[in-house]
Design a protein around this ligand. Structure first.
Ligand SMILES: Nc1ncnc2c1ncn2[C@@H]1O[C@H](COP(=O)(O)OP(=O)(O)OP(=O)(O)O)[C@@H](O)[C@H]1O
Length: 276
């Protein structure tokens, strides 16, 4: 602290200990009617690697294990969660807050698409507004009795991702990657961000890992040989699952019936969540 400190940090540029804030200082309180046991962030270092699909599948798996599950779609400019679940109605609220919309199997969803008049309306908002909306999904939405709240994070490690990590008490993150060479750098970015935010990493899921011949069962690494084991070992992370390119999964998303997907690729990830 400077000797001439007048305790008015707004008029001083010194980076002293009284200015440094604990990450916990930025945490927002959830709605007073919410009751959430664990918050799991699903992140990716870049867009399009299947983060939303993995979020959706994990929420379905945990629901199948009889947990009460919610999905907070923090991917405000590319909200794909409601479509995957075939949910098109609008969310409603009252003086207590906003109520999530329930899927067919009882998963609670909140997404900007459930609030827009027209779900095809583009969200052309600047970063602070987007980040504020995500915060409101935490502070204003009534997450009633939730064992696992999955947060489908915006892709990358930018402004909105940072706000989410600062304002929501995330218990652990799952990193979704693809098999390309770039993966190591991308995982490193996500790992560093989690470290900065002091959030445990539960492990990595590799998507688009291979394609499996429906006749002979042989696996083909269409996007190149996987480096996930070495990469995960390098950062001391667990590989929680490898997801093939599977046309049926894409069809399930397009038809809004992700709750009907069949496959045990992510059971390891579900076990890790259950063990939390
Ligand atoms: N393993 C897979 N097999 C078949 N289709 C897949 C697979 N993974 C993702 N897809 C399809 O690819 C598209 C993109 O996936 P998804 O929306 O999950 O990516 P994302 O990482 O969340 O994207 P963004 O970063 O843009 O939000 C979706 O149409 C999804 O159905």
């Amino acid at each position: 602290m400077s000797e001439s400190c007048n305790h008015d940090c707004g008029s001083c540029s010194q980076n002293c200990s009284s200015r440094e804030q604990n990450p916990a200082d930025f945490l927002e309180q959830p709605n007073e009617l919410s009751c959430i046991k664990k918050v799991i962030g699903v992140v990716s270092g870049k867009g399009g690697v299947g983060k939303s699909l993995v979020t959706g599948m994990l929420s379905v798996l945990m629901r199948r294990r009889e947990y009460r599950v919610g999905v907070l779609d923090a991917d405000i400019t590319g909200p794909s969660v409601p479509k995957m679940f075939g949910v098109h109605e609008r969310a409603h609220g009252d003086e207590g807050g906003i109520y999530p919309v329930k899927t067919k199997t009882g998963i609670d969803l909140m997404s900007v698409n459930l609030l827009l008049e027209n779900e095809s309306d583009p969200v052309v908002w600047r970063g602070p507004i987007i980040a504020g909306t995500v915060k409101q999904f935490w502070t204003d939405v009534i997450w009633n009795d939730i064992d696992f709240l999955f947060v489908d994070m915006p892709p990358g490690t930018g402004d909105v991702a940072l706000t989410v990590f600062q304002s929501i008490p995330v218990d652990g993150i799952i990193i979704v990657t693809s098999p390309q060479e770039l993966v190591s750098m991308i995982v490193e970015k996500a790992v560093n961000m989690a470290k900065m935010m002091n959030i445990p990493i539960l492990g990595v899921v590799e998507n688009y890992s291979y394609i499996q011949c429906p006749d002979c069962g042989k696996r083909f690494p269409v996007f190149g040989e996987s480096h996930i084991e070495e990469t995960a070992a390098h950062y001391g992370l667990k590989v929680l699952g490898r997801l093939p390119v599977n046309p049926q999964l894409a069809q399930n998303c397009d038809d809004g019936v992700i709750e009907a997907f069949e496959g045990d690729w992510l059971e390891g990830a579900a076990d890790a969540l259950e063990a939390l």
